[in-house]
Design a protein around this ligand. Structure first.
Ligand code: FEO
Length: 404
């Protein structure tokens, strides 16, 4: 008999059979996972047996034991593929060999990716928006959510139990630590990690996210069952509201100071700006050393707060590379609507301030420059530090009451 370890009931006939990954260091090879990540897969026990999404391939062993236990000799009828990124689809190739009779359900773009990833071309059911998949007591409906996170992304809705299997939408980093429901876990942690997932994985696609949210708003949802992080059953409308706020890039009163400094001289200027912000009444000031911070935490705070200070040295006649990487990422994430202050330094050929100004110019008003833009040579003089204090005071004034 297969081991039932790790099968967690979601309701009378839906079970969590996902995986908690505390081994992967970087999600997508980019984003730090200090607390791991969960790949949530759900089994629906109806007249037809249904699997909603799978797990990363390296976590398939335990997942298969759980699946076999729940099937208890029955056939696996359907595998609903809400998203083809391999953190959810990685097990589909081997699963097809083990359960050749199971039909894979996805939209037209999903079916194309099933062929491209795994060479799977038969035993497929094309999901269409507005049509239902009859599995017995339940009828599953599909809501397409293109670009949240990939073009084929979709959510699956069970109107009988009012469950929304939302995949990446409402998902968060962090392995599940015993609790699988929002009311069983530390809320501060869960919301922060959901925001970090949103900003870094989904954030670029704000327009598509808002379209998906409009569809979700039209559903009567008792529980949101995402593919990462806890199940939201306490007050689903609260997390829907958070997602709406984030997708509109609404900010809170606060300032992020990011500095790049090789020998600490640019750090001195940054610390003076941060101190002046605090003296000017800004309660939420985050300071990051860009050489030592994972981008996912930096971008999350930048998304959250109304003001940003970039302070960087020059490296070989160019902007310090880690700061240049941050600017590329901010452009990729299409962040906008925030105040920005700049401080650049150099010893023999200045480029930092010029390149950071060019970043602001390219945003075509997306970022509003707060004066003064500062540039100093080698070590910040008293005059330069006085300018840093001016920038801190002006930024505090700019963001107060301006957080949208
Ligand atoms: Fe959780 Fe876009 O994958």
């Amino acid at each position: 008999m297969f081991n039932a370890y790790g099968i967690l009931p979601v309701n009378r006939s839906v079970y969590w059979i996902g995986a908690n990954d505390r081994e992967t260091d970087k999600f997508e090879g980019l984003w730090d996972l200090p607390l791991g990540v969960a790949y949530n897969s759900y089994f629906i026990d109806d007249e037809r047996t249904v699997l909603i999404d799978t797990v990363k391939s390296s976590f398939m062993d335990d997942f298969l034991y759980r699946l076999n236990h729940l099937l208890n000799g029955r056939r696996l009828d359907y595998v609903v593929v809400n998203h083809m990124e391999p953190d959810h689809s990685g097990s589909l190739g081997l699963l097809r060999r083990l359960y050749p009779e199971a039909k894979y359900v996805g939209n037209a773009k999903t079916l194309e990716m099933l062929k491209n990833f795994f060479g799977i071309e038969d035993g497929l059911v094309e999901a269409k928006e507005g049509e239902m998949l009859d599995i017995g007591e339940r009828k599953l409906a599909f809501a397409f959510a293109p670009m949240v996170h990939w073009p084929e992304s979709m959510a699956t809705y069970d109107a009988t139990d009012r469950l929304l299997f939302s995949n990446d939408i409402f998902g968060g980093f962090g392995a599940l630590e015993g609790g699988i429901f929002d009311d069983e876990v530390n809320q501060d942690w869960a919301i922060y990690e959901m925001m970090r997932y949103y900003v870094n994985i989904v954030g670029r696609f704000a327009g598509p996210a808002q379209k998906a949210l409009a569809k979700v708003r039209g559903l009567d949802v008792a529980m949101i069952c995402p593919a990462h992080g806890p199940i939201w059953r306490n007050d689903p409308s609260y997390v829907i509201g958070l997602y709406e706020k984030w997708s509109r890039q609404e900010t809170e009163e606060g300032v992020v100071v990011v500095y790049g400094s090789m020998y600490g001289n640019t750090k001195i200027a940054s610390d003076v700006i941060a101190r002046t912000l605090s003296e000017s009444g800004v309660k939420k000031v985050s300071v990051f050393d860009i050489s030592r911070s994972n981008m996912s935490f930096v971008t999350t705070d930048i998304w959250k707060y109304a003001g940003l200070i970039l302070s960087s040295c020059t490296y070989n006649m160019e902007l310090f590379p880690p700061m240049a990487a941050l600017l590329r990422l901010l452009e990729n994430k299409m962040m906008k609507g925030r105040k920005i202050g700049l401080c650049g330094s150099f010893s023999w050929s200045g480029a930092a301030l010029k390149e950071m100004k060019a970043f602001v110019d390219r945003s075509k008003g997306g970022w509003t420059l707060v004066d003064p833009a500062i540039e100093f040579k080698s070590f910040p003089s008293d005059d330069s530090l006085a300018l840093c204090e001016s920038l801190g005071r002006n930024m505090a004034l700019a963001i107060k009451g301006d957080a949208r």
